[in-house]
Design a binder for this molecule. Structure first.
Ligand SMILES: [Zn+2]
Length: 421
């Protein structure tokens, strides 16, 4: 008899808890949503590396006291954003930098709605967001930390005739075909890359990049990261098509792509040093850490062109580059591309970053093949690292004798930037 009474008490307590704790929170969020009857239209959104960006507008003037909020069942968080408000149009965006915006790896598990919150003196009003782009939902796995990942789904849902951006964060292991980071050892096979000579011995870029990439893979795996190499042997691989080195980083959903090369310049070099090439429109933090760490081995490059800051470079299409590229294509009987002035020049940056980096290899020239992620709004954040000059003796000496230092310096940069303990 006593047991039954205890059991009834326990069940009552559970039912009470459910209504008191869970239902209360649901009510508080749903009551907020009941008052919503206007929406912004989304004109762009993307995931680049570990960050989510979104922008949208509404055809009316709203209060300057407006912001973007992430609303969960029991909490509301402000998201850093910028509003441009004119007489008959109001627009917002999270960041003009591709690798800023909402840092996905920081989101706690749960469900969220992304809303616009307008504050007018004492009045508070919420707006929903309606996806008017040609893109649909996105799936993202966070960087592996302590052997754990979250899976994030960004969906566009219609609930009671209102359109929402819904973000669900759940605990989930990385599936077999998902990786944290892709390392691309430049060149390979019959493409040996640049050549250096020391003590009458020849050294090939393709060999040195592979050796350092294999060491780096081990270093990053020791941190718990899942690492994909574009090649593990001395083979030449295409840039595009299935298994292409510019395709792999997105094929395996990696968050970062590091392409590893060695520099070379004509004539006798009076300097060596590191050059880290970045995508367009990015916060330079990661590139700076990479460059600084590698500079401890070989110094910063003294190359003045394309330089953003010590060791950090951005190589882009000028108007004459575009004309030249398209003239060459025409001479070879191929179709010209729609290249944007100021967009990244290097394949392993431009094509890996999809729409964010103005990729254009859409398969119109069969000779090149197709980058099937050229138009993707979810891509890896790519960097190309010219670690040192293979035709500068001091640098080559370090490359031959201290390979592990290069691998370690890149690992330390990844560890610092991604905050891995
Ligand atoms: Zn190279």
């Amino acid at each position: 008899m006593k047991k039954i009474i205890y059991l009834i008490l326990l069940i009552s307590l559970l039912i009470f808890s459910y209504f008191y704790f869970i239902n209360k929170d649901e009510k508080s969020i749903l009551s907020k949503l009941d008052d919503i009857n206007e929406e912004f239209y989304i004109d762009d959104y993307k995931i680049f590396g570990t960050h989510f960006n979104i922008s949208g507008c509404i055809d009316k003037k709203i209060s300057n006291e407006s912001k973007i909020v992430l609303v969960s069942m029991d909490d509301e968080t402000d998201i850093e954003s910028t509003f441009d408000i004119t007489e008959n149009k109001s627009c917002f965006y999270l960041s003009s930098k591709n690798n800023e915006g909402l840092y996905l790896d920081d989101l706690k598990r749960g469900s969220y709605l992304l809303l616009v919150k307008e504050i007018n003196n004492q009045d508070v009003k919420y707006y929903t967001l309606n996806n008017k782009t040609n893109y649909s939902s996105l799936e993202y796995y966070t960087i592996t930390k302590n052997n754990e990942n979250n899976k994030i789904n960004i969906n566009f849902e219609s609930i009671k005739n209102k359109n929402y951006v819904k973000i669900d964060v759940v605990k989930s292991k990385l599936t077999d075909d998902n990786y944290d980071i892709t390392i691309d050892p430049g060149h390979g096979g019959n493409d040996v890359g640049a050549i250096g000579i020391l003590n009458n011995q020849k050294y090939y870029e393709s060999d040195l990049t592979l050796e350092i990439a294999l060491l780096l893979k081990q270093e990053l795996e020791d941190l718990g990261l899942k690492v994909k190499l574009t090649r593990e042997n001395d083979v030449n691989i295409d840039y595009y098509g299935d298994g292409g080195r510019a395709v792999i980083p997105n094929e395996v959903n990696s968050k970062y792509s590091l392409s590893i090369h060695l520099n070379s310049a004509q004539g006798i070099m009076s300097y060596g040093g590191v050059e880290v090439y970045t995508p367009n429109d990015v916060n330079l933090e990661f590139a700076k850490i990479l460059a600084k760490n590698i500079s401890n081995i070989v110094g910063y490059s003294k190359k003045p062109t394309d330089k953003l800051t010590n060791g950090v470079y951005f190589n882009y299409f000028t108007k004459s580059d575009i004309e030249e590229s398209n003239e060459n294509l025409k001479e070879d009987g191929m179709e010209p591309y729609d290249i944007k002035e100021g967009s990244p020049y290097m394949y392993m940056i431009r094509e890996v970053g999809g729409v964010s980096t103005y990729a254009y290899q859409d398969g119109r020239n069969i000779e090149y093949g197709l980058n099937k992620y050229y138009n993707s709004n979810k891509t890896a954040e790519p960097y190309l690292i010219e670690m040192a000059y293979i035709n500068y003796d001091d640098d080559l000496n370090q490359l031959i004798n201290n390979k592990e230092l290069f691998a370690e310096s890149i690992k330390e940069a990844v560890k610092e930037y991604l905050n891995i303990s």
